[in-house]
Design a protein around this ligand. Structure first.
Ligand SMILES: [Fe+2]
Length: 303
């Protein structure tokens, strides 16, 4: 229980590799990385920090999240995690070939209750060359991992059993609005590394979030979006629960990306699980409408 330390990497399938490259580098400020020696030459690897890569994009017939890499501390933790999964009836397979393609020391893979490919790994590769953002962006990563993801799931109870009870992710809080109930879960002090909400549609990635060092970096990225580099899906706003000041846009693989700063950290000794009635204190509106992403705008009770 509780072996996962961080959201380590994400892999995407893409029908338009050139769009991904431009979006990730010229809009987000990520750096194109050299591919691991055994990885596909067609894939795009992106750096956000000292790690060899944090996002990988592979050409495919359709767009979407291809895999999620969850990081554990060491090989012993990886083996304990495999035992935890086995006890829950989930078969996890060690895959040395895949570990080489991801440039990690060891890797086991399984699927979550929705069939999403998960990879648990340790021993990430850190090259001697420093990360240099083409836009001078500093991402907030390190022990907090690359950011967070929100998954649209078929069955929230099944997701809770798998991620909370089996993997030991900790519930940070809940946002309830209309028919939606979003669970936010953490694996380190970052408020959440995984959120999930039950939907009637097929399971999918809702968005992934990357955090940057300051508001000016967020504002400059928003300027680039407003200049036409991506489609804005939620205006600048501040989240109720994690305090992130962020905006949302479409990513080239058909889901959304959140770009923000000033996310709060969880103090484990004093944290209490709250339930919020809205996702934002202000902003996060659907562009061009008076509607927020939560539904009709209504007076919000200050927290
Ligand atoms: Fe988010």
């Amino acid at each position: 229980m509780g072996e996962v330390k961080a959201l380590g990497y994400l892999g995407f399938h893409a029908t338009d590799m050139a769009a991904w490259r431009t979006w990730a580098t010229d809009l987000l400020g990520m750096q194109v990385a050299g591919a691991p020696s055994e990885a596909s030459e067609d894939a795009l690897f992106l750096r956000m920090d000292e790690r060899g890569w944090r996002l990988a994009v592979e050409p495919a017939e359709s767009d979407g999240l291809a895999y999620t890499g969850w990081e554990v501390g060491d090989p012993a933790a990886l083996e304990r995690l495999v035992d935890d999964l086995a006890q829950a009836g989930v078969k996890a397979v060690e895959d040395p070939g895949l570990a080489r393609r991801r440039n990690v020391e060891r890797l086991v893979r399984c699927t979550d209750p929705d069939g999403n490919p998960l990879e648990f790994f340790c021993g990430a590769y850190i090259p001697e060359q420093p990360f240099v953002s083409p836009l001078g962006v500093t991402f907030v990563t390190g022990d907090f991992g690359l950011g967070h993801i929100l998954q649209n799931v078929a069955d929230a109870e099944a997701a809770k059993r798998f991620y909370l009870d089996v993997l030991g992710f900790r519930l940070s809080d809940i946002i309830e609005f209309g028919p939606n109930k979003v669970h936010f879960t953490r694996v380190n002090p970052r408020h959440h590394s995984l959120a999930f909400v039950q939907v009637d549609q097929p399971p999918s990635l809702g968005h992934f979030m990357v955090e940057v060092s300051d508001l000016d970096t967020v504002g400059r990225a928003l300027d680039r979006v407003n200049a036409g580099m991506a489609r804005l899906t939620e205006t600048l706003g501040k989240h109720t629960n994690d305090h992130m000041v962020s905006f949302y846009m479409m990513n080239p693989s058909g889901s959304q990306a959140e770009y923000g700063c000033a996310g709060r950290l969880v103090d484990e000794t004093n944290w209490k699980i709250n339930t919020y009635s809205a996702t934002a204190y202000w902003g996060h509106k659907v562009p061009g409408s008076e509607y927020s992403a939560d539904g009709p705008v209504s007076p919000r009770v200050p927290a």
